[in-house]
Design a protein around this ligand. Structure first.
Ligand SMILES: *Cc1c(COP(=O)(O)O)cnc(C)c1O
Length: 219
């Protein structure tokens, strides 16, 4: 697997306004450094402890994105350094992020996850819950978080029509509300579906295996 070549080829295919998050979960620091040395500075992880230990070991100009589902009790471990939290799915979690951000004297950027997949297992809020959250009085008191945009994960399928429909649903919701809520980021698209996501307005793709190769969870 030539990580450097993969990044260069991938970057050449992305429109310049689309941000690449290199998803480095399960991958060792040595391989992430190869991407870093090719100029990549944004990396995504889905486990807080793993991200925190990589943060400690790696150069400090890296932006670390938390892309996975989060338990409130672990927010404190990433609050000092995380640059974007993608999968916020409740006011309760947002309040904890706000609390830990305040302790660190920071404003932490977040995305709200909209549920677009048909599978039961995918996390996220429905549209109505997102609007309710954004208009709640409690939300308006949170001074140490900033909602930058929305994130979604499509169904794990090869059915391009279904993927298109799911990404379009997210894009429609995003474009309807972006001006009112000052949103600027639409995080959607992974190795298998990022071209479709981009054709439906993605501004940020999260790509892992197309850069680093398949993940091996058994080691
Ligand atoms: C692992 C992961 C990705 C990257 O998946 P690939 O198919 O390897 O590109 C993207 N987003 C989230 C939320 C993930 O957990």
């Amino acid at each position: 697997m030539n990580i450097s070549e993969n990044i260069i080829e991938l970057k050449a295919k992305l429109p310049k306004e689309v941000t690449l998050v290199a998803v480095s979960k399960t991958k060792p620091v040595s391989e992430i450094m190869e991407a870093y040395n090719t100029g990549q500075r944004i990396f995504g992880e889905n486990k807080i402890q793993e991200m925190a230990s990589k943060f400690t070991e790696m150069p400090k100009d890296i932006e670390w994105h938390m892309i996975g589902h989060i338990q409130s009790n672990k927010v404190k471990y990433m609050a000092p350094f995380v640059s974007l939290i993608h999968a916020v799915d409740s006011l309760k979690l947002l309040k904890e992020i706000n609390k830990q951000a305040l302790k660190n004297n920071r404003i932490i950027s977040c995305l709200l996850q909209l549920k677009i997949a048909s599978e039961e297992s995918k996390f996220g809020m429905i549209e109505q819950d997102i609007i309710q959250l954004l208009t709640s009085e409690e939300f308006l008191t949170l001074q140490n978080i900033k909602i930058e945009g929305l994130m979604g994960m499509a169904t794990f399928t090869n059915d391009e029509d279904q993927l298109s429909q799911e990404f379009q649903k997210l894009n429609t919701f995003y474009t309807t509300h972006k001006d009112h809520y000052s949103l600027n980021t639409l995080s959607m698209g992974m190795s298998g579906d990022y071209p479709i996501a981009i054709s439906h307005g993605s501004t940020m793709v999260r790509v892992g295996s197309a850069i680093f190769g398949e993940r091996n969870y058994s080691i």
